[in-house]
Ligand binder design. Structure first.
Ligand code: MG
Length: 250
């Protein structure tokens, strides 16, 4: 018997078993950019701006490619590319949150990706918990969702996983797998990076081509299923979630 099970048994005796122990429902862990929401037009710009605010002058070298990377990773790579000290990371991250809030308050709006609202509802109706696994910070995720008009109450924020300090996406997926041990999990994302993170934690990956990558490119990943979007692809995704034995980690 694992320590976790011991704890659960002890808690049951006292009638205070945690929500997680009481509710072994499967989790759908959603990526944000390119998956729940369409990518912003200048995806890399805000990172450069945040670091420039932290150092008080323009960056010499551009921010490296950002798609599929965590906020933490992007800032570290940009600091390294510019020969800047790594301890600037937390200051740059704080500026990034602040810039996101300013964009949000300034009326910068992202679009909800096709079929997402219906998919969230359908997953919930099929007994899945919708939660987040994203390279964004929790604050940035909220600003982006609220800006797009996506209901933040559709997600279990207590069991959601963020990447503002994680140097690699695999760090977030491994944390999610450890904390949600005993639950069936699946990750929905739009980049090969999501697939690599999912593979590292042994979590099945479903890919949607609503971000930067095409269906053909996403088929090169270890995805259990690739769909164009969650409007046309919802029946296939639901069938995969409910039926595929390979998705069953319970
Ligand atoms: Mg993404």
């Amino acid at each position: 018997m694992t320590r976790r099970t011991d704890d659960a048994a002890r808690l049951c005796q006292h009638g205070t078993v945690s929500d997680t122990e009481r509710d072994p429902r499967p989790y759908v862990l959603w990526d944000v950019d390119g998956t729940l929401l369409r990518n912003g037009v200048n995806a890399g710009g805000l990172y450069g701006e945040a670091i420039e605010l932290a150092i008080g002058r323009p960056l010499e070298h551009p921010v490296p490619r950002v798609h599929g990377k965590t906020d933490g990773q992007i800032i570290w790579e940009a600091l390294d590319a510019n020969g800047l000290p790594r301890d600037l990371h937390s200051l740059a991250s704080a500026h990034l949150d602040q810039l996101s809030l300013e964009r949000h308050l300034g009326g910068s709006r992202r679009e909800i990706a096709p079929g997402v609202v219906g998919a969230l509802r359908a997953f919930d109706e099929h007994g899945f918990v919708n939660a987040l696994l994203t390279g964004n910070s929790a604050n940035r995720t909220r600003y982006k969702m609220e800006g797009a008009g996506l209901d933040t109450r559709a997600f279990d924020w207590r069991h959601s996983y963020f990447g503002d300090t994680a140097p690699l996406r695999a760090e977030i997926t491994l944390r999610a797998a450890a904390e949600l041990e005993g639950h069936r999990l699946v990750i929905i994302g739009d980049t090969p990076g999501d697939g690599i993170g999912a593979d590292a934690a042994g979590i099945p990956f479903i890919a949607v081509a609503t971000g930067h990558y095409t269906v053909a490119e996403l088929r090169e990943t270890g995805a259990a299923l690739v769909v164009e979007d969650l409007l046309s692809g919802l029946p296939e995704v639901l069938a995969a979630l409910v039926g595929l034995p390979s998705l069953d980690r319970a």
